[in-house]
Design a protein around this ligand. Structure first.
Ligand code: HEC
Ligand code: HEC
Length: 323
């Protein structure tokens, strides 16, 4: 009996030390910083470059819907212009992550960041303070020219003094940050300097994978790590929408039986994009995508037709309505 007690005390002691060590490690590591190079990208005042940036930010790269606050959600869904002053509350299992103010405000917005700091955040996922940025923005493979265009346009957005709340994390959130969250932008891949906008499959591939993130939502992902776990573009079941709704994203591959667009022509596709959102809580940024140029839609359509067909039934698009 005594021995058993002693053993229990001993193992209990070891456990306490282990738990204590883990807690200390979490606190020491949760704000850990990372290194990544600063891209040599500087904002331009050339009106054509700024216009390209305006198109990307409000259209294909859909920055606006995420970078406004919850109070503007309905206005955004109606297609109204909303301020990019941040504060949208992304409720994650780890805690609350709020989008940032990306107007050119010198204190609360990107006005306080250099061009190279913004470029590094978007290209490598390393924030100005060295923190790993949460993987909301997979613009890691944007061309130098498009990254420059986006930053050039942000420099022209009038400063808005809205201050988004700081992120908040519970202990588990801190633990995940300490051990799992890493910058997602690959360091070893070469980025294109320029990808020519035209109607080719190559440009469609660039738009769908590196700018508009079609693959990120239309491919099954692991909910914790974000890793791709299903065939590309073949749909994702159970993606979270707004207000507790869940969606199945349809299979976009040209599979004759289960492909969502198997019976569509380019005109059907184009009309669907011009129409805007069909579901109030859909996470797909239809409002921004309604601004796609006809050429860009042609390129994406051409690219999607070249995908290997995958037979995968994904079920109704609105999978489960929230409470
Ligand atoms: C799916 C939602 C989403 C989209 C789309 C999005 N962002 Fe973000 N962005 C966020 C969130 C959330 C954060 C905060 C992340 C963090 O701090 O880890 C953020 C952070 C940033 C930051 C860091 C700001 C700072 O103060 O350090 C910049 C810059 C930025 N976004 C620019 C953009 C641009 C430009 C686009 C479009 C090309 C864009 N974002 C599209 C959600 C989004
Ligand atoms: C942030 C996630 C997200 C992104 C990014 C996204 N989608 Fe979707 N998509 C969805 C969801 C969710 C649905 C189902 C609900 C809906 O239609 O709004 C959907 C539905 C669709 C549909 C079927 C619409 C219908 O009414 O039949 C098509 C086609 C489509 N997406 C194509 C695309 C293409 C092409 C891109 C890139 C340009 C893209 N999606 C980017 C989430 C996304």
């Amino acid at each position: 009996m005594k021995i058993l007690l002693r053993v229990l005390k001993w193992t209990g002691g070891v456990l306490l030390v282990l738990v204590g060590g883990f807690v200390a490690l979490v606190y020491a590591r949760h704000d850990r910083t990372f290194d990544a190079p600063y891209p040599e990208i500087t904002a331009s005042t050339d009106s054509a470059v700024i216009a390209r940036g305006e198109y990307l930010v409000n259209g294909p790269a859909h920055c606006t819907g995420c970078h406004t606050d919850n109070a503007n959600e309905a206005a955004y869904m109606r297609g109204e212009e909303v301020p990019m002053h941040g504060g949208y509350d992304f409720v994650l299992p780890l805690g609350h992550v709020y989008s940032r103010n990306i107007t050119n405000h010198p204190q609360y917005g990107v006005g306080r960041l250099s061009d190279a700091e913004i470029a590094r955040t978007l290209r490598y996922g390393v924030g100005s303070d060295g923190r790993a940025i949460f993987d909301f923005m997979p613009f890691y493979m944007l061309s130098d020219a498009d990254l420059q265009a986006v930053i050039s346009y942000l420099r022209t957005v009038p400063p808005d003094d809205h201050q988004p709340p700081d992120h908040t994390f519970g202990f588990m959130g801190k633990a995940v940050k300490a051990f799992l969250i890493k910058p997602m932008g690959p360091l070893d891949k070469e980025r294109p300097k320029y990808v020519r906008p035209d109607t080719t499959v190559e440009y469609g591939a660039y738009l769908a994978n590196s700018v508009a993130n079609c693959d990120g939502c239309h491919t099954a992902r692991d909910l914790v790590t974000g890793a791709y776990v299903g065939p590309r573009f073949a749909g994702w079941q159970g993606m979270e929408g707004m207000r507790g709704d869940y969606y199945n994203t349809p299979n976009l591959t040209p599979d004759p039986t289960t492909g969502h667009m198997a019976e569509w022509t380019f005109e059907t596709f184009q009309k669907r994009f011009r129409a805007g959102p069909a579901y109030e809580t859909s996470p797909m940024p239809w409002v921004n995508f309604a601004r796609f140029s006809d050429e860009d839609l042609k390129a994406i359509w051409a690219y999607l037709q070249t995908l290997p067909p995958v037979t995968k039934e994904t079920g109704p698009m609105l999978a489960k309505a929230g409470s």
